[in-house]
Design a protein around this ligand. Sequence first.
Ligand code: NDP
Ligand code: OXD
Length: 307
Amino acid sequence: MALLILMPDRDSNDLAKALKKTSPGLDIRIWPEVGDEKDIKYAIVWNHPAGALRQYPNLKVIASYGAGVDHIFKDPDLPGNIIITRLVDDSLSRQMSEYIAGVVLNHRLRLTEYREYQAAGVWSPKAARPGNIVCLLGLGNIGREVAGYLSGLNFTIHGWSQSHKDIENIATFHGDAGLCEALGDADYIVCLLPLTPKTADILNKSLFSKIKKGAYLINAGRGGHLNEDDLLDALYQGRLGGACLDVFRTEPLPDDHPFWRHPKISITPHTASLTNIDQAASQFHENYLNMVNNRPLFNRIDSAKGY
Ligand code: NDP
Ligand code: OXD
């Protein structure tokens, strides 16, 4: 019985080392040096090639090397009847909270603007931007933590989710009917949704038509949430005052992409919140043992919902 690491664009050796530290006896195979394919029962994946998971006839569990699982579901040739899990950990939520707070405060305090004035030798004091309402699209493990962090900084939080939520100090909204109200008069719109057929392209012309004029967009969910042409249009029309994007339809962002040089767009290279290898290794190991001992696995995905 063996565990496979299948992450073509990540350093698999670091994860293998962390797993070995937790469990020296574990039989770990690093793709593409898989050995006997029949041995593989548990696969840790990130951006695996489509169809690759079909090759393991005894595969029982696919574990995402991150919080998101869209990279798994986009494989049209995924084997059926398999348990899919994802990472849920404090470190992911904490990093995201700091990232979102950093971006919001940077915009509110005009820090990037002053850097530009500095480059031009201009002394131009201005008051901080007044807006302090943040609308979080997604109130899951990460969204809820971000909400608490920002409300501790005295921001007013609106949160939107699929199902009804009751969270202290947050105005909550849910479902299609609640979206318009959640966006309402928000100064910052933050996407922390999973990418599913229902949320794909959600940051589009129709949503931008419902927001407060000049609001600031932060997308740390997935590139597939954003209609890129609609964003460019909304920035040009002034519907949006600016945007900070961490995730993109194509990553790395292609050299000739218009976002690179857009004066109202800030870019970070999918680093809002990075998987902590040691925490991940300990979760994978625990769930691997759950599988071996026929115990229920934690952080399972509901395949019908897609997250
Ligand atoms: P969760 O599954 O815990 O939460 C998802 C949230 O989105 C839930 O509140 C859910 O509602 C809501 N949601 C899902 N579908 C809809 C819908 N159709 N309409 C309204 N709300 C919806 O995920 P996490 O919080 O752990 O992670 C969220 C995403 O963040 C990940 O999927 C990933 O894409 C992204 N991410 C990005 C990172 C980065 O570095 N940029 C790092 C880590 C994650 P409900 O609660 O009712 O189910
Ligand atoms: C994740 C990510 O989903 O890093 O964990 O995007």
